[in-house]
Design a protein around this ligand. Structure first.
Ligand code: AMP
Length: 418
């Protein structure tokens, strides 16, 4: 496999799949969080400094037509130029008709293509036709053929393909996977960002030092079940928090009031607990909780044992005893993976548990542990607590990270690594 580190881009046109799907301020239209732009910079810089030309392509949002100004990548040019220099970005209004601009691009220059998802070919999902329509499958087949053409068109702009968009690596899209078919092994590679992501995840999956603790939170068990299953073969401790707690508590016969619960996953919760027992994995559930009388930032609150939630109340955060138990386990771990908040951390009244866990993960890192944080909400919690540089790695890909940790083959990774 070709590595970016020892590739010389001099004189090459390089098409780079980046993840510029950045949030925009609704009022000003400005980029409100440029983390993803910064994430792509090392790869862009290497191409330019080597003396190559970079053609950047990305999606943004979920446009349904072409063009769709609300989702135009033109809006983010100033944010990219903040790091690459004023006036440094050329722009192609139509990503599928950029031949002339790509051909005219000189070494050291950067061309940004308009939002790839203006074309349904990018995702290969037919538009304007419902999935249950009998004609849907035929439409999808027809579009797949066009997707290959679209990918070839994108490939025709460049000599080399670099994928640096980890957030979309779990999708078999034109720009993330299909395009790789047009390049031989020595002309396609991962960018620095994907390399870092893979390194961090492989470290956790294959070289974890014990004790290895997985902290799983968030709303639903069903979203995390495959990751939990895969991790049960690897971890010594599985900490469970957030809304998914209550499916486990109910499965164990506890009283959960009106807390979130997936009734159809009670057996699954029991199976996980049984499997963990067989494998010698310690499952640590919260013992107490902060309850609310409604799902509201200004709700009345009380604290109870997690399995004695009063009728009409719902558990929205872990409480002090649970925090203490979780902290002890985390700070004594040598490997930690965290995905999903411990409570409804978006509301101040229910953010304490998640913040405490963020700090405990930072402390474990200071103690020498390797710590990996992924999933939009846990990343937001780490950022909110200003701890991003106090943990080992913060993943940029929520869904992609979960699928990788499930042990799945991601199309965007396979397309390059094989
Ligand atoms: P996920 O995307 O599955 O990681 O879930 C994140 C969401 O779970 C966040 O928006 C949290 O507000 C929510 N969440 C966490 N704990 C709870 C809880 N106890 N009850 C309801 N929602 C929760």
């Amino acid at each position: 496999m070709q590595k970016i580190d020892n590739y010389n881009f001099k004189g090459k046109k390089v098409i780079v799949r980046v993840d510029f799907n950045v949030p925009l301020n609704k009022e000003t239209g400005e980029v409100s969080d440029d983390t993803r732009i910064r994430g792509a910079l090392p790869t862009i810089k290497k191409i330019i400094e080597d003396g190559g030309a970079a053609i950047l392509m990305s999606h943004m949002g979920r446009p349904k037509q072409n063009p769709d100004p609300k989702f135009s990548l033109k809006q983010i040019i100033p944010a990219i130029e903040k790091y690459t220099g004023a006036g440094s970005i050329q722009f192609a209004e139509d990503c599928a008709n950029a031949d002339a601009q790509a051909a005219a691009l000189k070494n050291g220059q950067i061309l940004l293509l308009e939002n790839l998802r203006f074309y349904a070919e990018e995702e290969g999902k037919p538009r304007g036709i419902e999935k249950d329509d009998p004609a849907y499958e035929d439409a999808k087949k027809a579009l797949k053929a066009k997707q290959a053409e679209f990918a070839k068109k994108l490939a025709s702009y460049a000599d080399v393909y670099v994928n640096d968009a980890f957030g979309t690596a779990h999708r078999k899209h034109a720009s993330t996977a299909v395009i790789a078919d047009s390049f031989d092994e020595s002309h396609k590679m991962f960018g620095f960002l994907i390399n870092k992501e893979l390194e961090a995840m492989d470290k956790v999956l294959n070289e974890a030092r014990a004790p290895f603790t997985a902290i799983m939170g968030g709303a639903k068990v069903s979203d995390k079940i495959n990751v939990i299953n895969n991790l049960l073969d690897r971890v010594q401790n599985l900490i469970i928090g957030g809304g998914m707690t209550y499916t486990f508590i109910k499965a164990l016969g506890g009283k959960i009031g009106s807390s979130l619960c997936e009734e159809d996953k009670l057996d699954l919760a029991k199976e996980i607990l049984e499997k963990a027992k067989q494998k010698g994995v310690k499952v640590i559930l919260p013992v107490d909780a902060v309850n609310a009388d409604k799902f509201d930032a200004n709700a009345n609150t009380n604290v109870s044992k997690v399995n004695e939630t009063p009728d009409g109340w719902m558990g929205l955060d872990i409480a002090d005893e649970s925090i203490k138990t979780f902290e002890d386990i985390i700070v004594n771990s040598k490997t930690v993976i965290w995905n999903g908040p411990m409570g409804v951390f978006e509301m101040d009244k229910f953010a304490k548990g998640t913040s405490a866990i963020a700090h405990a993960v930072a402390k474990a890192t200071a103690n020498g542990a390797f710590t990996l944080i992924g999933g939009g909400d846990s990343v937001a919690a780490i950022n909110k607590n200003k701890l991003a540089d106090k943990v080992s790695y913060v993943s940029t890909g929520g869904g992609a990270m979960l699928e990788y940790m499930e042990g799945k083959q991601l199309p965007g990774i396979v397309a390059i690594r094989g």
